[in-house]
Design a protein around this ligand. Structure first.
Ligand code: NBP
Length: 510
């Protein structure tokens, strides 16, 4: 039991993330006081792993609080939601100081972080930091998205910059070395101050929304190769390995190749992925991203499509019944050249990915207006280059795009990405057509293409839509031959008597 304040930082919650982040922090020379609600978990952890003097196991919160040097820096890594409030309240009851910084590193809803910062303001300095990279990231270098009061950040910055993933300054490539006790030296840390109150957790949420669509697009590419070309899993894995040497080079493509080549432990000569039930779970961050997009009026349809794809996958039993009753095309196999279709699928994946990131960045752009943040998009892209689940070569290109033009309205308008889509879009369209013809579900490829075509359309059919709204609900409309902001209403008679009423400044209804 520690008798005095000897720890540089404290960490509460010793599940996957907490244990690994504690070890990571200790690897960088900090002494970490650790506490877990279930004491046995803490004891087992300390018995199993305690880098020379790096961890201070605490059985009670009283011990834990006493063990940390002031102003205390306390990291919370417990289940997002009520548990976070429970822990903060217990810390306050135990007797932390107003100057102590309590950092929630879990996947908390950003509005909870905003609320908590206010609610606990006279008891402690509450701070929210997104952490991405899963178990391995937490252990050897995650991407970290800190948000809260800038003064608090100054206290946390040295630790965050030490433990975060590092990328090469010149190339942006992750500097990975998964060796306990031997942290990566040098490189650019994958963390940067995001903004006040909930900004860090908001950006982490969008990261996760992008992760959802990134994964779904990869799954659709796999599905089309499997379904239309009848390729075995390991052969598709080889295609992903090949793709990982080009623009698609990323952690998710790399692990996909590994997964597809993995033999099944129970069936000799068979592949693991073929025995995994096709139902996907979710914890909520994709849904939050989509809900936020709906609230802010941002068309993040591909991200939402990825969430719905998981929902549809969960209806396994219904789908099995429907598969016997709802008929599709008779011939499913693709009759054209296999290599050509594989190349086209790669292009479809690449173009859809550009759209997905464009949607994520548009969403953050809108959120910053709503919450009065000043987000630095080049920096956000740059801290996703390493450590996190969506780390990819592609993120260097996004960093470059926002460095060239920090006010870029949409990623697709950046000259580099615009050209990339021009080069690949014919193939993208081909894949969507083939998928539709053959009855293979590829909702994210299709949704991304619809976004691209909608976004590049100077005129959409919303003229008719708004006229319909005016007809049945007197919701008014704007005219092509009048300035924006002037609203009109046609006095729709039973027998179509045309008569125009001008309603200056009238809103658009609902
Ligand atoms: P979990 O999200 O599974 O939470 C388990 C931890 O929460 C345990 O230490 C548990 O203590 C503690 N806890 C709970 Br549950 N209720 C508590 C309460 N009322 N008071 C105190 N402690 C409580 O852990 P995780 O997977 O390590 O994730 C931690 C956070 O990081 C989450 O917000 C998660 O969304 C986020 N995150 C996770 C990952 C990942 O890959 N897992 C990646 C990125 C972010 P106990 O041992 O006593 O039950």
């Amino acid at each position: 039991m520690p008798q005095q304040a000897i720890a540089d930082v404290g960490l509460i919650g010793l599940a996957v993330m907490g244990e690994n982040l504690a070890l990571n922090i200790a690897d960088h020379g900090y002494k970490v006081a650790v506490y877990n609600r279930t004491t046995e978990v803490m004891k087992k952890f300390i018995a199993r792993e305690n880098p020379p003097g790096g961890l201070v196991g605490c059985e009670s919160l009283k011990e834990f609080v006493a063990a940390i040097k002031k102003p205390r820096k306390i990291i919370i890594l417990v289940k997002a939601g009520a548990a976070v409030d429970a822990v903060v309240k217990q810390l306050i009851e135990t007797g932390i100081d107003k100057d102590d910084i309590v950092v929630d590193c879990g996947n908390s809803l950003w509005t909870d972080t905003i609320r908590r910062e206010k609610e606990y303001a006279d008891k402690c300095r509450f701070f929210g930091s997104g952490v991405s990279g899963g178990e391995l990231g937490a252990r050897f270098g995650p991407s970290m998205m800190p948000g809260g009061h800038p003064d608090s950040w100054q206290h946390l910055k040295p630790i965050w910059e030490a433990v975060a993933a590092k990328v090469d300054a010149a190339t942006g490539k992750p500097l990975e070395d998964y060796a306990p006790g031997k942290p990566v030296i040098g490189g650019v840390p994958c963390t940067a101050y995001i903004g006040p109150n909930g900004a860090g957790h908001y950006v982490k949420m969008v990261h996760n929304g992008i992760e959802y669509i990134d994964m779904q697009l990869i799954c659709e590419a796999y599905f089309l190769m499997s379904h239309l070309l009848r390729m075995p899993a390991n052969e598709i894995g080889e295609v992903f390995t090949q793709w990982n040497t080009g623009e698609l080079d990323s952690y998710l493509i790399q692990i996909t190749a590994d997964i597809l080549k993995q033999p099944d432990p129970k069936h000799e000569g068979k592949f693991f992925v073929d025995y995994v039930l096709d139902t996907a779970g979710q914890k909520g961050t994709g849904k939050w991203t989509s809900t936020s997009a709906l609230d802010l009026g941002i068309p993040a349809n591909a991200i939402a499509e990825a969430v719905f794809a998981r929902c549809l996958s969960a209806l396994k039993e219904e789908r099995v019944v429907a598969s016997k009753q709802l008929k599709g095309p008779r011939v499913v196999a693709y009759r054209g050249k296999k290599d050509d279709l594989i190349a086209a699928i790669r292009d479809a994946l690449y173009c859809s990915k550009i759209c997905a990131y464009a949607q994520g960045f548009q969403l953050m752009r809108e959120a910053q207006k709503e919450y009065n943040w000043k987000l630095h998009f080049a920096e956000i892209a740059s801290i996703w280059r390493g450590g996190c689940i969506i780390r990819a070569r592609f993120l260097q290109k996004i960093t470059d795009a926002y460095t060239r033009n920090p006010d870029l309205v949409n990623l697709m308008l950046d000259p580099y990405f615009n050209e990339q889509i021009q080069q690949a879009q014919e193939n993208w369209r081909k894949v969507v057509v083939v998928a539709a013809e053959k009855g293979a579900a590829a909702p994210a490829f299709m949704s991304a293409l619809a976004y691209y075509d909608g976004y590049r359309s100077a005129r959409l059919p919303a003229n008719l839509l708004q006229a319909q709204r005016d007809y049945f609900g007197a919701h008014t409309y704007e005219r092509t031959d009048a300035p924006r902001g002037k609203f009109f209403h046609l006095d729709w008679p039973e027998k179509n008597r045309p008569q125009i009423d001008i309603i200056p400044g009238s809103g658009g209804g609902h």
